[in-house]
Design a protein around this ligand. Structure first.
Ligand SMILES: C[S@@+](CC[C@H](N)C(=O)[O-])C[C@H]1O[C@@H](n2cnc3c(N)ncnc32)[C@H](O)[C@@H]1O
Length: 389
């Protein structure tokens, strides 16, 4: 393959991202056109380097992916969320080199980009590839990103490219007033890239998009709580330590079902509904197993209920409902179905959730609060009726 082939494939990738609606900002498109992605993934063929796909870079001993060069469509969406301006000082947490080069293009000659990674293999590789691609002026530092990189702060933009469960204190401190942080934030089993602006003493979300990233290592690592059932498991967040859960054989108890009448397009995403249930129902968790793949559930000390579907009014629809096992089945199904109907009436076509982050100890706004190590995440929902006004 020649250099011209790489240019052609790169243009085709840009056109694909534009046609798919993930790349709409002209400056970000120009950056994608300028940065040779294949230089950052030399171990794969050019066609793979310019496919809209993640390129795995490193696994740990257990075979879990710990580093990758991210999928171009996610990179594009996050760069658009970040809205980097010429002259901005930018910190990237989680290196690979490729995204740092894109950030360097966007920050321009008067800006500065620092990229940090916890893994020396990654920073060594990023340094080599950035130099080779002509971005020797990107600073590459090996450090646990939980602590940011104070030596080059303050930053106008912080772009986190690894799944975070919290907004580390260092990130707030190193952000300029009115600065922006874009972070893949994991809440109740879902990861959304959230663009937060620093507004006074707290962060307010400006946009969100669903995404998936490798998990943060180091001091900010987080472990979800897994509760084994027979042939299945329930997953709770770290802050749900006190939530009760049923015995392992609960799914073998008699199953009851209740249907909501809410019809859903087969392809319609359920993630906002699931987050709504997480915000409104105690005992929210995720059910996985032989028969269930990532289903919203609620648990008590002796029962479990989970979202179910059955054939809808025609082939392209399903009806939402709830299945449950255990002595609390009736009450759990009523509450799940009630919230499915409320979501359908008030949220389904609304603007979706917004997020605020406040430091521990600060006065919290109205909303659903999730306590994290350094902060409180507040999820807020505007009713569709209010949003339409
Ligand atoms: C998805 S990769 C980053 C992709 C990259 N930004 C690119 O250009 O495509 C995530 C990276 O985060 C790193 N990472 C994980 N935990 C970290 C931490 N606490 N601090 C800094 N980097 C971390 C991993 O080593 C991995 O290289």
């Amino acid at each position: 393959m020649t250099g011209a082939d790489a240019d052609t494939l790169r243009s085709a990738l840009v056109q694909h991202l534009v046609a798919a609606g993930t790349l709409s900002d002209e400056r970000v498109a120009a950056a994608f056109q300028a940065v040779p992605r294949h230089v950052f993934v030399p171990h794969v063929p050019l066609e793979v380097a310019y496919a809209d796909d993640v390129v795995p870079m490193k696994q740990n001993r257990a075979g879990v992916l710990t580093s990758s060069v991210s999928q171009p469509s996610i990179v594009a969406l996050m760069l658009q969320q970040a809205a980097v301006r010429p002259g901005d000082r930018v910190l990237e947490i989680g290196s690979g080199g490729y995204n740092a080069a894109l950030l360097r293009e966007l920050a321009g000659p008067d800006g500065a980009v620092t990229t940090v990674d916890i893994d020396a293999d990654v920073t060594d590789r990023a340094r080599t590839f950035l130099d080779k691609a002509g971005y020797a002026d990107v600073d590459v530092v090996r450090v646990d990103g939980e602590f940011g990189e104070p030596g080059r702060a303050p930053y106008d933009r912080i772009v986190v490219t690894v799944t975070a469960w919290d907004i580390a204190t260092a990130w707030w401190r190193q952000l300029r007033p009115e600065g922006r942080i874009v972070v893949p934030l994991r809440v109740r089993g879902q990861t959304r890239s959230v663009a937060f602006d620093l507004v006074g003493e707290h962060l307010e979300s400006r946009s969100t998009t669903m995404c998936g990233f490798v998990s943060m290592q180091g001091v900010g690592a987080h472990y979800e709580r897994l509760v084994p059932l027979d042939d299945a498991r329930l997953t709770f967040d770290e802050d749900q330590e006190g939530e009760p859960h049923p015995e392992k054989d609960v799914l073998e108890l008699h199953r009851e079902q209740l249907w909501s009448g809410v019809q859903l397009q087969r392809e319609e995403p359920l993630l906002d509904l699931y987050l709504w249930l997480a915000c409104t129902l105690p005992g929210y968790c995720i059910l996985n197993g032989a028969e269930w793949s990532w289903v919203a559930a609620v648990a008590t000390a002796d029962s479990v209920a989970y979202v179910s579907t059955r054939a809808g009014r025609d082939e392209s629809h399903v009806e939402l409902g709830c299945s449950a096992h255990g002595p609390d089945a009736g009450a759990l199904m009523e509450s799940v179905v009630d919230q499915v109907r409320t979501w359908d009436a008030k949220q389904r076509t609304g603007p979706g959730p917004t997020f605020q982050v406040h430091a521990a100890g600060a006065e919290l706004p109205a909303g659903f609060h999730i306590a994290r190590r350094h902060s409180y995440i507040t999820v807020q929902w505007e009713d569709r009726a209010e949003a339409d006004c």
